[in-house]
Design a protein around this ligand. Structure first.
Ligand code: PSU
Ligand code: MN
Length: 323
């Protein structure tokens, strides 16, 4: 009988070494926080690479991280570099991501490609949720989530963020979703997939640049302890998925609704005329609205992310206390 055991042992270990944990690299700060059982807040990177221009993107990312630290948690900005999911980025990595034209926008479908092909990748809400969950992080702070696009009944353009919210147990703190999207349909879609939308400080779902979408959120919970109790209960029941924590932009940073609506309509019309499709749609609209508003939308965008960082950090601290 031929003995194949040598060949088997020679090949098997390398195949079995490729598990999720071997694809993750923690920064020293995040690794220390994990060892100490401290609260950690995940932060996305598509907002850095595709959501804001350089250098405001890198500057904002650092300031948001500082807010998380100030309020008692450890920030973990997530991206793909050198074939690893990076949980926590150093200055050099953040800079690379913020100014590299090669940075890919990674959603669920793209993660294996960027990792296996060693590409530079920024994670969207969907991909950041996946990576945060693999890293044992329960709270993730961003600007706005993707949603059902206007005209989705013919384009089928529904962000993978919504499916991810239905399946991956991470709470996403955001300023709602932009009205470049169809917000009523976005809420319908979330309802169908069992994703709770929790509003902070008001009854209505937030609309990113403006506080009020005119649409009621499912639940209002102003208190981090209340939000944490809700999430602990959801997950104790074995209910899959996360939750949207909708935190409206502060009044002082809000944009006038009529003004922003005009820019949104124009950007949408230009996107359609230019045949922009697929993953390019959202970055195109964000950049156009920024230009049309003379940079005003960027100021609001930065302010709301910082506000979300405070609310998200309070939630991470509360979840840690209710462990
Ligand atoms: N909405 C924003 N700012 C953003 C994004 C959405 O207000 O930066 C980014 C996020 O990374 C989000 C992604 O996950 O766009 C959604 O892209 P799409 O619509 O292609 O799914
Ligand atoms: Mn899309």
């Amino acid at each position: 009988m031929t003995d194949f055991s040598a060949t088997v042992t020679a090949t098997a270990p390398s195949a079995s070494r490729l598990d999720a944990q071997s694809l993750i690299a923690f920064s020293p700060e995040v690794a220390a926080a994990r060892d100490a059982g401290r609260p950690i807040v995940a932060l996305e990177s598509t907002i850095i690479s595709h959501g804001m221009p350089y250098p405001q993107n890198v500057q904002t990312a650092r300031e948001v991280e500082a807010i998380v630290r100030e309020h008692g948690a450890v920030p973990a900005t997530i991206a793909v570099l050198d074939g690893r999911i990076r949980i926590g980025l150093d200055d050099e990595q953040l800079e690379l991501l913020g100014r590299s034209p090669d940075a890919m926008k990674l959603s669920r479908r793209d993660l294996p490609f960027a990792l296996s092909a060693h590409r530079i990748g920024a994670t969207t809400v969907a991909a950041t949720m996946i990576c945060a969950h693999l890293a044992g992080i329960e709270v993730f702070v961003t600007g706005g989530i993707g949603g059902v696009h206007r005209g989705a009944e013919t384009s089928f353009d529904i962000s993978a963020d919504l499916q991810e919210l239905a399946r991956t147990p991470v709470a996403v703190v955001c300023a709602g979703a932009k009205s470049i999207l169809d917000l009523p349909l976005t809420l319908e879609y979330l309802e169908t997939h069992g994703v709770p939308v929790i509003s902070v400080g008001q009854d209505h779902f937030a609309a990113f640049y403006t506080r009020d979408s005119g649409l009621k959120a499912d639940f209002r919970m102003d208190d981090a302890a209340q939000q944490a109790a809700f999430l602990r209960t959801k997950w104790a029941l074995g209910l899959a998925g996360g939750a949207v924590i909708s935190n409206p932009v502060p009044v002082s940073d809000e944009m006038p609704a009529v003004r922003i609506q005009g820019f949104i309509e124009q950007a949408l019309a230009e996107a359609q005329a230019g045949g922009i499709s697929g993953k390019a749609v959202t970055p195109y609209l964000l950049a156009r609205i920024k230009d049309l508003s003379g940079g005003a939308s960027l100021v609001t965008n930065i302010a709301l992310v910082k506000h979300n960082a405070k609310v998200g950090t309070a939630l991470a601290v509360a979840l840690n206390q209710q462990r």
